[in-house]
Design a protein. Structure first.
Length: 273
């Protein structure tokens, strides 16, 4: 009996030594078991989102941005520096959305959240979010420049092509350039959701370089239009930072910083020269 007890004690001791060795070996090789939630491996997802104003200036306070997983099951908010941490997120693939009242919105697409030695997934790219534009474009001044003396001669020499000037008219309370997004279509119902091409221009309305809002025949043809074709255009105030993104469900491009209303629709013909 005594011999049997000694054998049992020896087996227990051997088991403890083996367990300790395994634990030590795992730590030495950077194998860290993630936190589990009801048996499901989890870890945090961390990233950063920053805010900019209408003039493209980065704010000093980036707090209060709502961060949420695609199913809305996990949410958090950013701190003053714009950093966030979604804690105890089960491993898998996620769309991480971000938004704040008065500002745009966006998505970190296809985040592959898997186990790491750091026990968290870091979204390395910092997202920038514009203040929603309050610029109201009242009208568009459109002029065919093909017959202008300075350009007509160059066209005759084959050095240049025709061009159209599309100047947005709006109230500007300072001398800073504002971002205006133009939407083009062969359909008169053109808007931010129905268009064939779009371009962002930077204008202040005061002593602007006309090249900022000129479109050559060649450029219009690259948009898919033809010489002599009637094009309809509508303009919206926008943010300076490029924050457009593709909607994960329907693939449509979303422009989250556009002003609520745009200009009236105006038409012009692609120059024949």
């Amino acid at each position: 009996m005594k011999k049997l007890n000694n054998i049992k004690l020896a087996l227990i001791a051997l088991t403890l030594v083996f367990a300790t060795a395994c634990s030590k070996n795992s730590t030495e090789h950077g194998i860290i078991n993630p936190t589990t939630e009801q048996g499901i491996p989890t870890a945090s997802i961390q990233g950063r989102v920053e805010l900019v104003d209408l003039d493209g200036h980065k704010l000093s306070d980036h707090s209060g941005i709502i961060i949420s997983t695609n199913n809305g099951a996990f949410t958090t908010t950013t701190d003053q520096s714009g950093q966030f941490s979604l804690k105890a997120i089960p491993f898998g693939k996620y769309q991480i959305s971000y938004s704040k009242v008065g500002y745009g919105s966006g998505i970190f697409a296809q985040i592959d959240h898997q186990t790491t030695a750091q026990q968290f997934t870091l979204i390395e790219k910092t997202a920038m979010m514009n203040q929603v534009s309050n610029i109201q474009v009242t009208s568009l001044q459109i002029k065919d420049l093909s017959n202008e003396p300075g350009i007509a001669g160059l066209i005759e020499l084959g050095i240049a092509s025709g061009a159209v000037s599309i100047k947005p008219i709006f109230f500007n309370n300072n001398n800073e350039q504002k971002a205006i997004r133009l939407f083009f279509s062969a359909n008169s119902q053109v808007d931010a959701k129905q268009y064939q091409a779009e371009r962002k221009v930077l204008v202040s309305g005061m002593n602007d370089n006309p090249n900022n809002y000129q479109f050559t025949t060649t450029e219009l043809e690259k948009m898919g239009f033809k010489k002599g074709q009637t094009i309809y255009v509508k303009a919206f105030g926008d943010g300076k930072v490029d924050d457009a993104f593709s909607h994960p469900e329907n693939g449509n491009t979303v422009f989250p910083s556009l002003a609520a209303t745009g200009s009236s629709v105006t038409s012009f013909q692609v120059p024949n020269k």
